[in-house]
Design a binder for this molecule. Structure first.
Ligand SMILES: [Zn+2]
Length: 418
């Protein structure tokens, strides 16, 4: 048996993004180089030990994508069908192996893996029995691997999350910064850019992706807020990577945020739908059917981006307690301030404040709102969302709403705000 192998081709850095179908496949044909030989031997051994799987309708490994997040690297293997029962193992402290029994490798397999601080390289090898993948690690960590079913345009996938080692110094620095902010009595605003990584969010007019728009607006909002003396902003997401909804809440809590604003773009099959909406949590049902559908679409992020099945949880139901009543009252106030501020842009029709069961709004002690900035599926509004001037205007309006919220809150707390 002669396993074929190829080193995956490096490319420029803004790559493997959501796998936009317009991207031309890149042939992976560079010959194996330095360090590849031992990898090949290990792969051959793996394949020999694997036995021959049924070849009928074998799924193919079609594409390899990856995203670098601050605390992990995610590698996604796109399959043309269910991958059966993949096997995962740490072959040695710096080598993680994925074996896909019965799977073939697509001749058009593309990847643009360039290596990052956690992953050195990826090799694939095929035999009659299946496909083996060897992931070279840079740090001694244990990756988490799992299978994801197709969801919202995403195919069957095998996912490997390589965690960054714990960094006590960085954790300490964050804790110190939070302690300082708390002492200063600044309003800490967690800004949550919706979606990211393998969850592009709604894909709109001219394939504009929600995840890109939300990050751009979130960064501009942070810049706006950081200029306000009594406010300090933190971002839950700073780049293009996936964060499960629960973890977004955890991040806001880690920063001891006083409020959380989650930024999104609305989408509708009706291309004429337009306008802006601000949501806060409902515990008893949505404002109306349309609001329920919006929450359902946003809550699907975890299915699309993918969390390991065992961590998909129902914890949220036990989080509710009496604190939540006051949190929801404050969330409602914040939503009203934001929608009022958004009226400053006459190009946007304000569709009002609404309620629905968004997972990301379920922090029990942090007043939280979700802003559906505009419709990415409407040609005119998509053009606005893409425009940096509109993004800045949106950030300014949201900052104004947050300042008014803060002024009211300070008055109620007897704080002399500036
Ligand atoms: Zn969204």
């Amino acid at each position: 048996m002669q396993p074929s192998s190829s080193r995956l081709i490096p490319a420029n850095s803004r790559v493997a993004r959501h796998g936009a179908p317009t991207r031309r496949p890149r042939p992976a044909s560079r010959p194996p180089i330095r360090g590849a030989r031992t990898g090949l031997l290990a792969l051959a051994a793996l394949l020999l030990g694997a036995g021959v799987a049924g070849a009928a309708e074998a799924p193919e490994l079609a594409r390899i994508r990856y995203w670098t997040a601050p605390d992990h690297t995610r590698i996604v293997f796109d399959m043309t069908g269910p991958p059966g029962e993949p096997r995962f193992r740490l072959a040695d402290s710096l080598t993680f192996e994925v074996y896909l029994p019965g799977a073939r490798k697509s001749p058009a397999l593309t990847t643009e893996f360039v290596g990052d601080s956690l992953v050195a390289d990826i090799f694939t090898a095929v035999s009659d029995a299946g496909t083996a993948i060897r992931i070279g690690l840079k740090k001694k960590v244990t990756p988490l691997a799992f299978v994801l079913a197709p969801a919202d345009g995403q195919p069957d996938r095998v996912v490997v999350d390589v965690p960054a080692p714990a960094d006590p110094a960085a954790e300490k620095a964050i804790a110190q910064r939070v302690a300082e902010l708390k002492k200063s009595r600044k309003l800490i605003v967690a800004i949550d850019a919706g979606h990211g990584g393998d969850d592009p969010g709604a894909v709109g007019h001219r394939r504009l992706q929600e995840a890109d728009v939300t990050l751009a607006i979130a960064k501009k909002l942070k810049a706006e807020l950081d200029q306000v003396p009594g406010i300090s902003a933190v971002l839950t997401r700073t780049g293009d990577y996936f964060i499960p909804l629960r973890k977004r809440i955890d991040l806001a809590r880690k920063y001891q945020a006083d409020v959380m604003v989650s930024i999104h773009c609305n989408a509708s099959r009706n291309r004429r739908a337009t306008g802006t909406e601000v949501y806060f949590l409902s515990l008893t049902g949505a404002t109306d059917e349309a609001a329920r559908a919006v929450a359902e679409a946003e809550n699907a992020a975890d299915l699309i981006g993918g969390v390991p099945p065992e961590t998909g949880n129902d914890l949220l139901s036990i989080l509710f307690d009496l604190r939540q009543n006051d949190t929801i009252r404050q969330s409602s106030e914040l939503a009203e301030h934001l929608i009022d501020a958004l009226e400053a842009d006459t190009r946007l029709e304000t569709r009002g404040v609404k309620q629905a069961g968004f997972v990301v709004l379920k922090a029990p002690e942090i007043p939280s709102v979700l802003v559906e900035t505009a419709f990415i599926t409407n040609a005119r509004e998509a053009a606005m969302l893409k425009d940096v001037h509109f993004q800045r205007k949106m950030a300014e309006m949201l900052a104004t709403g947050l300042q008014r919220f803060k002024a009211n809150r300070d008055k109620a707390l007897g704080i002399n705000s500036n």
